[in-house]
Unconditional design. Structure first.
Length: 324
């Protein structure tokens, strides 16, 4: 294990959800819990068996650590391990604090040209990497990203990076769609009160064809329906956003057109990829951070996120450091 002095911690929708509702699905907050799972910091102390890190190293933290080497770990899909430790998922504490201890194997050294803030953004970025891999985004793919929040935006960035020829994004909010354009979306559609079929046909008309791949990032029933109607026959719909347990969807439409519906659970094996992309400047995630607060103003930061202002709210846990 390593002891870290925390630096940058992003606030996620799930953090706000636990704070407001005390549960997400089967994960219920029963005792006081530290939030935060999008994080970077500096190594202060290392355990006796740690060789790849030393005090002073700047690291990004992968929040999900398997507790045992079960069948899922052996097959490389450790995110599916039922006993995984995960920051800020009850009953496991997160890392929105000054000092934090974590498994050394899940702390990744940041190159000098990657900032702490970029290091903290690797967590949401990883959702995009995992989703686009599961979706099979490749050279020339036409991609429809449903929802332009932080997760929709990282999917735009990664889909373009992986060779998508065209990406169209839908959202209710014009400022969020403007941000999607800024990070590389080719087309945006502001949804008002159209039916799912109407949104699907708008997607087709701006792309000039139905998308091969839809990445659904809202969890809203109407958007999942739109995802099925919009995706080309033989294409893939990846469900990233999580909404209600039970959702009514046109499953027969998907079945008879051989639209594959895939889920994702967090991510695995994504930190090295993300660090390589950031270090080589192949992707730019800086526009994602719109608000910054010191740790003392955490409540204000959470209120800002809850109101849906900006994109990514970042907390700075190290009062001695003047850099982002």
């Amino acid at each position: 294990e390593v002891l870290l002095r925390m630096h940058s911690v992003g606030i996620c929708g799930s953090d706000v959800h636990y704070w407001q509702h005390g549960r997400i699905g089967d994960f219920v907050v029963k005792d006081p819990m530290v939030l935060g799972h999008e994080a970077s910091g500096t190594v202060v102390k290392v355990g006796s068996g740690v060789t790849h890190l030393k005090p002073g190293d700047r690291v990004a933290i992968e929040p999900g650590v398997p507790r045992e080497a079960d069948e899922f770990c052996k097959s490389g899909r450790y995110n599916l391990s039922p006993t995984v430790f995960f920051c800020a998922t009850p009953p496991d504490d997160g890392n929105l604090c000054r000092y934090y201890k974590h498994s050394a194997s899940y702390c990744y050294k940041l190159p000098d040209n990657v900032t702490f803030e970029e290091g903290a953004l690797i967590e949401p970025l990883s959702v995009g990497i995992h989703a686009c891999k599961r979706a099979g985004v490749t050279l020339g793919s036409k991609v429809f990203v449903c929802g332009s929040g932080p997760i929709g935006l990282v999917n735009v960035i990664i889909a373009k990076m992986m060779g998508a020829a065209a990406v169209v994004v839908t959202d209710l909010s014009a400022p969020r769609l403007q941000k999607a354009k800024e990070v590389g979306a080719d087309f945006t559609i502001q949804v008002k009160n159209e039916t799912p079929q109407e949104v699907a046909s708008k997607v087709e008309s701006v792309l000039g064809c139905m998308p091969d791949i839809t990445v659904e990032c809202t969890g809203a029933q109407a958007c999942i329906q739109t995802g099925i109607y919009a995706t080309r026959s033989g294409g893939t719909l990846v469900l990233v956003g999580l909404g209600p347990d039970m959702v009514t969807v046109p499953i027969v439409n998907a079945a008879v057109r051989e639209v594959d519906i895939r889920g994702i659970f967090r991510y695995c094996n994504t930190w090295p990829v993300a660090i390589a992309l950031l270090a080589s400047k192949r992707i730019n995630v800086k526009p994602l951070v719109t608000h910054r607060f010191p740790l003392e103003k955490a409540l204000e930061a959470f209120e800002t996120t809850k109101r849906g202002e900006g994109v990514k709210v970042m907390l700075k846990c190290d009062p001695t450091d003047q850099n982002p």
